[in-house]
Design a protein around this ligand. Structure first.
Ligand code: AR6
Length: 174
């Protein structure tokens, strides 16, 4: 049996390159793609991912902040993409911490339900959505640690940091 922290890894790089069961996309509520990591995932994964997102929107509507949906990985090395929507930072008194925590927890739950043994997260909401990086990192690590303590899947979680500041923050926290 692993201890929780030994199941968490911090790496720096491009999440689209990872050979894990699931990568998480920091999407927006339309699920129709965008910039940042969302743009990178759709570019690398090809049109199949967007087609599946379209079907989901037709069936269930938009993806509200804190929620998550799952598609195949298209041309990515990952089997699945979990699309979640983080909160836009409006100063911190608009339920941002809870919504960010929900984005992590609902992504983990959906990945586990689909049998994912390994999952990789980007630093949700810390780009275009403007969430302060240290606060976001604390929420991310807290949510993942809490989930792993009471769930066997995913077996391993990767925090994939793109910028140096996030990488340093996560290395200190984990
Ligand atoms: N791999 C890993 N991390 C990345 C990559 C990559 N290839 N590219 C960027 N990042 P952002 P948000 C990091 O802006 O703040 C989109 O337009 C980046 O350095 O992608 O949740 C969506 O459609 C940052 O740390 O997502 C939404 O409209 C982190 O990913 C909106 O942006 C998240 O930055 C969502 O904003």
């Amino acid at each position: 049996m692993y201890t929780t922290l030994s199941r968490i890894f911090v790496i720096q790089g491009d999440i689209t390159k990872l050979e894990v069961d699931a990568i998480v996309n920091a999407a927006n509520s339309s699920l129709m793609g965008g910039g940042g990591v969302d743009g990178a995932i759709h570019r690398a994964g090809g049109p199949q991912i967007l087609a599946e997102c379209r079907e989901i929107v037709v069936r269930k509507g938009r993806c509200e902040p804190g929620n998550a949906v799952i598609t195949s990985g298209g041309n990515l090395p990952a089997k699945f993409v979990v699309h979640t929507v983080g909160p836009i930072w409006h100063g911190g008194n608009n339920n941002e911490p809870q919504l960010l925590q929900n984005a992590y927890l609902n992504s983990l739950k959906l990945a586990a339900e689909n049998g994912a043994q390994t999952i990789a997260f980007p630093n949700i909401s810390t780009g275009v959505y403007g969430y302060p990086k240290e606060q976001a990192a604390r929420i991310a690590v807290g949510a993942v640690t809490g989930f792993l303590a009471v769930n066997q899947l995913p077996k391993q979680v990767y925090f994939v940091c793109f910028d140096d500041e996030n990488y340093e923050l996560y290395r200190q926290l984990v």
